[in-house]
Ligand binder design. Structure first.
Ligand code: ADP
Ligand code: NA
Length: 332
């Protein structure tokens, strides 16, 4: 039996959004200190699958670490580190490049979305990235991987890699990991167009809420969010063809630790003039203290680097023996 262990990561490319918070970081905090051993990573080697200037990469790496810390990841309760400092990630990633099949990679929808019509001219790393992600997870024999909806296919690929490795080498070495995708806000949409994922790279700053936004900015963005003229329905089914409305209800639910149904039990029948200010107030209450703390942490980059370096030492204690054993199984 494998130790119940959580691994997850966030790429330091651009800033953190409310999508990263509700889909990932908030849930990482919730899983901390319970039945699981928790390992959280700033996956800096994934960031360079698309161009990052060295200054941007350094800044974003510290900012993601600050986001984790400000939201409540406690380096004494969790292992918090950046990927590049534990070289076993790159090594196991290469071994898995030789286990994973090209046909598997060709089925990854995120690659198709990100590469678009430019697929001949993106980095080889962008194509192989799910195999490095499998290494990130399996290097710790992680059993549970909390992610947003968009990462589900990559966690399933991780299971395929683990199964093929175990089968090819006739071992029971890598566990089958489970994606943990639960709660109302696993796919936070942008505030201008409820059909597109909220992301770091969206065109307009008004369409996303950044984890670094101050109270006034957060409130303004929710008050200006696109909606429709109808009042809120009493039931979730009433939101089926109302993507903007559904998104705001889900965001409220995620921030308040409620279900969408519970939010509608409270606000069903109300108009936007009532619900939007309530949402803005809740978002400010939950997010503004985090952005204030992030700003404080970012004033002391040396302290962030020290926390990450200490976390890397802790991570290596688990990762290095698993890598060594993998090499041995393979005949090195
Ligand atoms: P991004 O997708 O923002 O480029 P990552 O790929 O590093 O960043 O994602 C980090 C985590 O945040 C993943 O678990 C991903 O599923 C989650 N996430 C990112 N955007 C959203 C979103 N809009 N809604 C829910 N979860 C999200
Ligand atoms: Na993503």
């Amino acid at each position: 039996a494998f130790t119940p262990r959580v691994f997850s990561g966030i790429k330091p490319s651009g800033g953190l959004t409310l999508g990263n918070y509700l889909g990932a970081i908030k849930r990482f905090v919730d899983m901390q200190g319970g039945e699981f051993e928790t390992i959280y990573c700033v996956v800096d080697m994934h960031a360079i699958t698309v161009w990052q200037s060295p200054e941007d990469l350094r800044h974003a790496t510290r900012e993601v670490a600050a986001g984790y810390l400000a939201a409540g990841i406690d380096p004494d309760k969790s292992t918090l580190f950046n990927q590049s400092r534990v070289s076993a990630h790159a090594e196991l990633g290469w071994l898995f490049n030789c286990v994973a099949r090209v046909g598997w990679m060709n089925r990854m929808t995120q690659f198709k979305d990100k590469a678009g019509k430019n697929a001949e001219n993106v980095s080889l790393g962008l194509y192989a990235y799910p195999s490095l992600m499998a290494a990130d997870i399996l290097l710790y024999h992680a059993t549970h991987v909390p992610v947003g909806e968009d990462q589900k296919q990559h966690v399933e690929l991780t299971r395929d890699i683990a199964n093929k490795f175990n089968h090819d080498y006739k071992v029971d070495f890598f566990p089958e990991c489970t994606p943990v995708i639960e709660g109302p806000a696993m796919r936070v949409m942008n505030l201008r167009d409820g059909t597109k994922k909220m992301s770091k790279s969206g065109e307009s700053d008004m369409e996303r809420v950044n984890m670094t936004d101050d109270a006034d900015t957060i409130a303004k963005k929710f008050k200006k969010a696109k909606t429709d003229p109808e009042p809120l329905p009493e039931e979730m089914e009433g939101l089926a063809n109302r993507p903007e409305a559904r998104n705001l209800v889900n965001i409220y639910a995620g921030l308040a630790n409620m279900t969408g149904e519970e939010v509608l039990a409270e606000y069903g029948g109300q108009g936007w003039g009532f619900f939007k200010p309530a949402l803005a107030e809740l978002a400010v209450e939950r997010l503004a203290p985090i952005s204030t703390e992030m700003a404080r942490l970012m004033n002391d980059p040396a302290e962030i680097d020290r926390i990450l370096a200490k976390g890397a030492e802790k991570a290596k204690k688990i990762a290095d023996p698993i890598l060594d054993k993998t090499f041995e199984i393979m005949g090195f």
